[in-house]
Structure formats: C-alpha cells, structure tokens
Design a binder for this molecule. Sequence first.
Ligand SMILES: C[S@@+](CC[C@H](N)C(=O)[O-])C[C@H]1O[C@@H](n2cnc3c(N)ncnc32)[C@H](O)[C@@H]1O
Length: 331
Amino acid sequence: MSGLVIERLLSDPGYWRKWGTVSDEDGRFLEMLIGMIGAKSVLEVGTGTGFAALYMGSGLLKTGGKLTTLEIDPERLRRARANLEEAGLGRTVDLLEKDAWEALPRLRGTFDMVFLDAVKIDAVHYLDMALPRVRRGGVILAHDVNWGYGNTENHKMRDYLDALKTHPCLETILLSDMSSKLQGISGAGMALSRKTCTHGECPARPGRLLTRTPAHLGSVSPDPVEHTVLEKYVDDYGNPGYCLLVGRSLTKPEVVGLCEHYLLHHEQNSTLLVHLYASLEAFNYRNDLSSPHERYFKHLIAQCYRHPRFAHDEIRYFPDAQVLLYGKAAA
Ligand SMILES: C[S@@+](CC[C@H](N)C(=O)[O-])C[C@H]1O[C@@H](n2cnc3c(N)ncnc32)[C@H](O)[C@@H]1O
C-alpha cells in the first residue's frame, strides 16, 4: 500500500523540493538496506512529511521491525501521520513530535540503523548523541552529504564527514544519488557508516571537546583583528552564517578574539556559524568536494558555532585541532 502513496507523492513534481524529501532512489535504498541487514529497530531524525518513512516502514513490515522517527514541526508531522496511515504503516512507524536535541540523549534501547536527515549543521551532534544507541555492526546513514543547492551549504556536512573520517569506531562509504543529478541538480549523496565497536569500547571522537576555557576568555574583544566579510548567508532554516577572510595565519588569542566578537554579539535565538579563512583560495575550496579534505582544513583557520539549544558556544581552532567551549553565561 505504501507504493500507492509514494506514487501519488512522486506524481507532484514540486513535492520533494517543497518538503525536502529524499529521492525515490534513496528511499528504495533505505528499504533495501533494512531487508539486507534484517533491521528490526530503526531511528530517523527528521521525519518531514514521512516520505523516507514510507520506504523504511515498508522494509520493516517485512522484517517485523519498527521505525521511531523524530520531527519538530507539527505541520510536517501531521502530513506524515496521514501519509503513513494511508499506507497502512500506522503501527510500524512510531511518530514522535520531539526536538532531536532533547530526544536523542534520552532514547533507550538499541538501534540496528539510524537515518539522519534533519538540520545539516547539527548532523555531527546527532551522530554523537545517537551513536551510543547503535548496536555493534549497526549502521548510521546521513543524507545530503554533498548537498548542492546553494553555494554555502556544502560545508555544513564537512564537520560530519570529518568526524566519520577520524572516528575510530566507524567504517564509512559515500553513496551518490544519481537520480537527482538527472533532474539537473547535483546529487544529495549519503554517507553509510558501520559501527565497529560497542558503546563501552568506543572512545570519544577525536576533535570533540578538549578544553573548557576559563570565564575570563568570554569577554568581547573591542578590537578584533582586521578581516573582510566574504559572505553573509542565511540558510534554509533562517540561520545566519559568515565567511571571513583574515588573509594571514593568526595566533590563538587572535582567533579567540575574532570568534568571540561574532559569537557574543549574536543575540538571536538561532544557530550562528562563522568560518575564518586564511586565503580567498581556501574560501573557494569549501564547496569543492573533490578537493582533498586536508587541503580544506589546512586553510581554514577556525570555525565558531552558537546553537540556541547548546549550553555552550564552540570555537574549533584548526592549527592544533582544539575545540574551545564557552559557557553561555559568559555572553
Ligand atoms: C529534510 S527534512 C526530512 C525529510 C524526510 N526524511 C523525508 O524524506 O521526507 C528535515 C526535517 O527535519 C526536521 N527537523 C529540523 N530540526 C529538527 C530537530 N531538532 N528535531 C527534529 N526534527 C527536526 C524539519 O522540521 C524537517 O521536517
């Protein structure tokens, strides 16, 4: 029955763009993978209108399993519920109106498969929160790893890809979605990772959290180092971001001063991401996924990040891969 609902949704050519659904090909892949690994317990972050859930639900009907899926937006969830019920998947899919940031740390049990398809910039944090709940040999997939709609989007999955690459407990391959290329848009791509150790054995991912800065560092520098704003953008979720050209290497206190200047002046209840580039060339690498990863990070001096739901801000300082965390109270 889900086939009929999928066909109806696919017959509306604007549907996937309006609701940000996976492609038919990606959906079929998710369904097939569930059958191949015999998954019985699957978690999705970002239900949307339930399009991917229709495929995963069909796969789980055959394995006798269940999908738990998290969605923050009531309107999308309402549409998802209607689609899944029409497809006869009401009992197979557990739709939760929940914010992933709150729900993921509280999840119990283990999952055979996790599918991440919500806010791209948050994917690396979803990974950190969901990975302890994935069984050994289980898989995590992330959608849109080479998101190609806008110039500013690709770098959002760089942190995620970087985390996969350095994670001692994950083996990863990237899958390219050719069907969306045929529609004239570069493929969204998925990362498929397999967890190779159990939670107890799994060390913290390198690059995450290394020092907690003393409070005195959390004061706004009145005179940050000279820089040019190369780009100010607003992503699909309304979050602002800046790409700054500094044009030279910076000392750590200079990086901290410049990042703080942006972080501590950002008072809106939205995510803020600021990238500091040493050269214009480096800025141009950011959307070029064919450029070696090392090259990108070699020229990116730092990234800073404020998330409204995070208790701290973060400055990731690349030369020695330190991540500095700031208590929000410092602002
Ligand atoms: C790309 S859409 C998901 C598409 C869906 N997987 C499909 O194939 O139809 C991303 C969804 O993530 C949801 N989302 C964003 N932030 C979230 C959060 N913190 N917790 C739960 N869902 C979130 C958005 O409301 C949006 O519906």
